[in-house]
Design a protein around this ligand. Structure first.
Ligand code: FAD
Length: 402
């Protein structure tokens, strides 16, 4: 049989939604669809800060892929991609290899350290379920060591977070909720535990509306988060961060870096041109010079021609790119013209822990507190609906109907 083979790498937002759309849009006679992912589950990356803080169970943030992908239509390979040999149209996996006619690269991000010495070796990262669960266990271990008297160094109760972007802010928000719970559990005075966020930029959440930034900062400070803004991390050591020109040392038992992301290393190793950590793709989401390769989600930049800068790389854009990618694959198979990706910005809401949140929706309408949190829950559930239908909302949904 000579059916075209479509191979999707990575089952994150971008890969899952592309696969779902393809399986809905293409007849089985038109093409074979194969999805490769490291695990047999899809995790909801935007919830990982909760897993890392210990305010959500790992299982609540993942979905079995075979529960939401039609296994009669799509071949699933639970394996790790090791190398993309684009000249040979082959992909090497840890336990085998696959060939393709059309490739979708949606392997997501890895942490960017911007060359700060020691970050790679000493800081923990919120990258996937396993690394997030490790942070949760690590924090609790520090509390257990201290309360049992095994470790008498109070500094080790401190939690130091590098980066006040979306992930860093949402994470300290969850910590503000989690730390008092841990203090109670281990009978430790709350005053003894510091949650410190360090950011080199002059503000938290660079790029966010000023009112929102102010609201978020105050809300977090009121709940015991300390900020060191405009403080450059010079180095990360086993003990914590060295910051600023005077090389002040801040010590902590838990150090988490959330400062930046770049494309999976598989992408640069495959020989694609990398600019600022990612591949800048064509308007139709294909890799420049490669008519049969799409790169979407956190692996690529898509240019917003009107404003001469890339669209934000987030879950919202990854989901929308998946629609365009699936439509363009269909167009290629049908010999029809491809469409350009246009981002439909629906707003951004950041949770601040517990029932607090803030953000903008639609035409920059600002939301704060419980209202914003309710909107965040709706956004989360909308995604569950897209990826798994109403069944998944009932199973994992955040909006409470009664
Ligand atoms: P990912 O979701 O990272 O998925 C990549 C997939 O590829 C994973 O399943 C992984 O297991 C798999 N994979 C990776 N390497 C391999 C390999 N070698 N072999 C096989 N499989 C592999 N965005 C928003 O829009 N709103 C938010 O509120 C928001 N909050 C966030 C909060 C946190 C804590 C974080 C970390 C991010 C947040 N983001 C948010 C950003 C958003 O999560 C990412 O932009 C989005 O996950 C990108 O989707 P993706 O499909 O490209 O990659």
């Amino acid at each position: 049989e000579n059916k075209p083979k479509i191979l999707v790498l990575g089952a994150g937002y971008a890969g899952m939604m592309t696969t779902r759309r393809l399986s809905q849009q293409l007849n089985p006679e038109e093409a074979d669809i194969t999805l490769v992912n490291k695990h047999n589950y899809h995790y909801i990356t935007t919830w990982l800060h909760q897993v890392a803080a210990g305010t959500a169970e790992p299982n609540s943030s993942r979905v079995m892929i075979s529960d939401v992908i039609d296994t009669k239509r799509v071949q699933l390979h639970y394996d790790s991609v090791v190398e993309i040999k684009k000249d040979e149209q082959r992909v090497i996996l840890e336990n085998g290899e696959l060939s393709y006619d059309y490739l979708v690269i949606s392997l997501g991000f890895e942490t960017a350290t911007f060359g700060i010495p020691g970050i790679k070796e000493h800081a923990l990262k919120i990258e996937n379920i396993d690394s997030s669960r490790y942070i949760r266990e690590h924090i609790e271990f520090q509390f257990a060591r201290y309360s049992s008297g095994v470790d008498k160094n109070e500094d080790n109760l401190n939690i130091l977070v590098g980066g006040a972007g979306f992930t860093g802010i949402e994470f300290v928000g969850e910590l503000a909720k989690r730390v008092p719970e841990l203090c109670k559990k281990y009978n430790i005075d709350r005053e003894k535990v510091r949650i410190i966020n360090v950011e080199a930029a002059p503000t938290i959440l660079p790029g966010f509306d000023e009112d929102l930034v102010e609201y978020g900062k105050k809300s977090l400070e009121d709940r015991g988060v300390e900020f060191r803004i405009g403080a450059k991390i010079q180095e990360c050591t086993e003990k914590g961060f060295v910051i600023g020109d005077d090389r002040e040392e801040i010590n902590a038992g838990t150090v988490v870096w959330t400062g930046g992301v770049q494309a999976s290393p598989i992408v640069s190793e495959a020989g694609f041109d990398i600019v600022k950590g990612k591949v800048t793709v064509e308007d139709d989401l294909r890799a420049p010079g490669h008519d049969n390769i799409f790169i979407i989600g956190d692996c690529s930049w898509v240019m917003d021609k009107e404003n001469d800068r890339p669209y934000p790389a987030n879950a919202q854009s990854a989901i929308q790119e998946a629609d365009t990618c699936a439509a363009n694959l269909q167009a290629l198979l049908h010999d029809e013209p491809l469409q350009s990706f246009i981002f439909d910005y629906k707003g951004t809401v950041a949770s601040l822990g517990g029932s607090d949140a803030m953000g903008t929706i639609f035409d920059d309408k600002k939301l704060f507190g419980m209202k914003a949190k309710a909107m965040k829950n709706i956004i989360d559930d909308r995604y569950l609906y897209l990826v798994g239908g109403p069944k998944l909302i009932l199973k994992k949904g955040k909006v409470r109907f009664f």
